[in-house]
Ligand binder design. Structure first.
Ligand SMILES: Nc1ncnc2c1ncn2[C@@H]1O[C@H](COP(=O)(O)OP(=O)(O)OP(=O)(O)O)[C@@H](O)[C@H]1O
Ligand SMILES: [Mg+2]
Length: 328
């Protein structure tokens, strides 16, 4: 069975200006640089990595909102149609996005019920009364009250607003939601509610998620699989529980060891400084400038994702030696 969504060697490069005045020049910024993944129906792929590593760009590529510079997105085994084409617009019903900032995603001047029903208008689904009924029923399923239909966004709490955003994404019966930091802007006490709602919706409706977040604890909680990105590339991917319990790539180990209650207490890999710029990616393994295990090979040869005994894939020349050190 083909996966619901498949990314095949996606690249997204931007031409950017560097320097200024006499030193002005152009560089290629590699926002996404050879990313492949699969998401099965009803499953969640978590995407993690530091700020600027290409997570949101990957999310936009996944929805076909931006075209790849090279590589291919496939939905249900078929190449994603070009953004804006009639075929793509028809597909967009099934692929929706939930952003970080619910207030920014909503129109302050319109009642929430109207906004929840709006995608039905855009896609020409149902008559006016049917749209209203669908909006009311989807409001209930995300835990909003029917009488809130006429309320405005500013009259709701942060958690309720994110429920409105979710209801609007769900009303077209999508098969996949790209959730880009869906809970980062919410109060910690509300985060758990929204996470539980996402899990519950997945169980009831069989929706797949591409779940992008800085918060590794939440990614671990919601994801079946996880992909760890560094400077536009995936450096480790596999079963989420396995990757978080026994991270193999030195970068994943650094990320995991930074989580107070999750990291392996036997080791701490501290990440010094910021990642290099994606407009100036180091040669070889792009992580070598921050990796405590780097050798001459790491400085010259780009490692590719290699399958490991437990089914995960890791892009690291030294994974065998350093993983042995970990269990010793
Ligand atoms: N339209 C664009 N033009 C030029 N550079 C871009 C563009 N969009 C993104 N980038 C660059 O691509 C890189 C990846 O950006 P992206 O937004 O995907 O990162 P991210 O992992 O989502 O980061 P964050 O965690 O901060 O949201 C960044 O260096 C960003 O500046
Ligand atoms: Mg982002």
């Amino acid at each position: 069975m083909s996966p619901l969504l498949e990314a095949v060697d996606l690249h997204r490069h931007y031409s950017v200006r560097t320097g200024g005045g006499l030193f002005a020049g152009k560089a290629v910024l590699r926002a996404v640089d050879g990313v492949s993944f699969r998401i099965r129906a009803g499953q969640t792929l978590g995407l993690v990595g530091e700020s600027g590593c290409g997570k949101s760009t990957t999310g936009k590529l996944a929805l076909g909102l931006i075209p790849p510079s090279s590589g291919e997105m496939r939905y249900d085994g078929e190449r994603m149609p070009a953004a804006g084409s009639p075929a793509w617009r028809a597909l967009r019903r099934r692929l929706q996005m939930v952003y970080q900032d619910p207030l920014g995603a909503l129109d302050r001047r319109l009642p929430i019920g109207t906004q929840i029903a709006e995608p039905l208008v855009i896609h020409g689904i149902g008559a006016v009364s049917e749209r209203r009924d669908r909006a009311l029923s989807i409001m209930e399923s995300v835990g909003l009250q029917r009488h809130q239909f006429g309320r405005y966004p500013h009259e709701l709490s942060g958690g309720q607003r994110q429920r409105v955003v979710l209801a609007r994404a769900l009303i077209t019966e999508p098969r996949l939601l790209v959730c880009d930091e869906p809970i980062s802007a919410l109060d910690v006490s509300i985060q758990a509610q929204v996470v539980n709602l996402l899990l519950d919706l997945q169980e009831r409706l069989g929706i797949a998620y591409l779940f992008i977040s800085h918060d590794l604890r939440i990614v671990r909680q919601v994801s079946h699989d996880v992909a760890v990105m560094y400077l536009g590339r995936i450096v480790e991917r596999g079963d989420a529980e396995n990757v978080f319990a026994r991270p193999a790539h030195p970068y994943t180990r650094a990320l995991v060891s930074a989580i107070p209650t999750v990291g392996d207490k036997r080791e701490r890999i501290l990440l010094g400084g910021d990642p290099p710029s994606p407009a100036n990616v180091p040669p070889g393994c792009s992580f070598h400038t921050r990796c405590p295990f780097a050798t001459a090979q790491c400085r010259s040869e780009i490692p590719t994702l290699q399958p490991q005994d437990d089914g995960r894939e890791v892009a690291c020349h030294r994974v065998r030696e350093t993983a042995l050190r970990l269990v010793a």
